[in-house]
Design a protein around this ligand. Structure first.
Ligand code: NAP
Ligand code: ZN
Length: 346
């Protein structure tokens, strides 16, 4: 066992503070990662503020992790000491159910083991990436392309795969009309990936502030969702709408923007239920779907795709003592576009 520096929430909603956590010994199939960077996802905030239900505290969040392998177990074949690697939102799954066999570990029938706040196979509660080191089963560790900036690639481990997976699943290709609601951490990476896939991308943002950035990321169109006339003009337009907003939106207003047979994929996870009138779906055979991160093989595919298209996140690199301030700025949509913590400062 190894005690390592970390940041943890001592109780629900309390500010995160400097702390020490224990990592397990490196097992036969484990790798020890010297963490270099950890991203701040809005899910970290929902979790430590108990918006998704009670947690066990103290809790160290963080599921966008990039670092170097410093030790491997005797049975490890996928990674070597010195490799640049990443860990996302899962650190294990049953590895034998139908979903796992299909490479959909995120939908493991026994429940995937989340990178933090989940019961691990040894009965301990997993602790996330806001720390200096982590020990992870090699199957849940992906290769990070050396060509990409290490800090800026970090958010791809959650934000990148969460957008890449539904864009692929719903067959986005040259000319597909895609709208992305909310251009935050997830949304801005989604704009870049969808546009690299050849889609015609529209950003639906709740202010005018991000208009110029959206064009830089590859969006052809930008609509301020507070402009009712512009929203009405989009009725029946999109093949696919991806909602990344962290609060409840009037779903019917957005479903109205789908063409017949279109799909709205809900990624944002507000604590209150979504309200969807039946007649927002029925008349044009519209679908409302959800999607959760992506499988491990698909995460590797996404990183390789991003390397090929030179895609990383736009980040603000911070020291660990600014995590609490960063949380408030994320909630206020005041981040351009993802905070990444320098792990040397934990
Ligand atoms: P984020 O950086 O805070 O981005 C959310 C965006 O939503 C904001 O940038 C803002 O975009 C928009 N927004 C925020 N408050 C709003 C309001 N009051 N009204 C209208 N729009 C508002 O968060 P994130 O890290 O991208 O995560 C987004 C959501 O996805 C969170 O709920 C998170 O838990 C969830 N998530 C889901 C998965 C999954 O697998 N499904 C994975 C990761 C995260 P504009 O300024 O452009 O309007
Ligand atoms: Zn996340």
């Amino acid at each position: 066992m190894m005690d390592v520096a970390a940041y943890a929430a001592p109780s629900a909603g309390a500010p995160l503070e400097k702390s020490t956590i224990t990592r397990r010994d490196v097992g036969e199939h484990d790798v020890l990662i010297d963490i270099e960077f950890a991203g701040i996802c809005h899910s970290d905030i929902h979790t430590v503020r108990n918006e998704w239900g009670a947690q066990q505290y103290p809790l160290t969040p963080g599921h966008e992790i990039v670092g170097r392998v410093t030790e491997v177990g005797s049975g490890v074949s996928r990674h070597q000491v010195g490799d640049l690697v990443g860990v996302g939102c899962m650190v294990n799954s049953c590895q034998e159910c139908a979903a796992c066999e299909e490479g959909l570990e995120q939908y493991c029938l026994a429940g995937n083991i989340g990178t933090y706040g989940a019961v691990d196979k040894d009965g301990t509660i997993t602790q996330g990436g806001y720390s200096t080191h982590v020990v992870v089963d090699e199957k849940f560790v992906v290769r990070v392309p050396e060509s990409l900036d290490e800090a800026a690639v970090t958010p791809l481990l959650c934000a990148g795969i969460t957008l890449y997976s539904p864009l692929r699943h719903w067959g986005v290709t040259e000319g597909t009309k895609v709208a992305i609601i909310g251009m935050g951490g997830l949304g801005h990476v989604g704009v870049k990936i969808a546009s690299a896939m050849g889609a015609e991308v529209t950003v639906l943002s709740h202010s005018d502030k991000k208009r110029e950035d959206a064009a830089t990321f590859g969006a052809q169109h930008y609509v301020n969702t507070t402009d009712e006339d512009e929203m009405k003009a989009l009725a029946g337009t999109f093949d696919l709408i991806i909602n990344t907003v962290s609060v409840n939106l009037p779903m019917a207003d957005y479903l109205a923007l789908l063409r017949y047979d279109g799909t709205l994929v809900e990624l944002g996870a507000p604590s209150k239920p979504l309200e969807v009138p039946a007649f927002a779906l029925i008349p044009a055979r519209k679908a409302l779907a959800g999607s959760c991160i992506g499988g491990i093989a698909e995460t590797q595919e996404m990183l390789d795709f991003c390397a090929e298209h030179d895609i990383t996140a736009e980040i603000e690199l911070i020291d660990a003592d600014r995590i609490n301030e960063a949380y408030d700025r994320v909630v206020a949509s005041d981040v351009r576009y993802r905070f990444v913590i320098d792990a040397k400062t934990f």
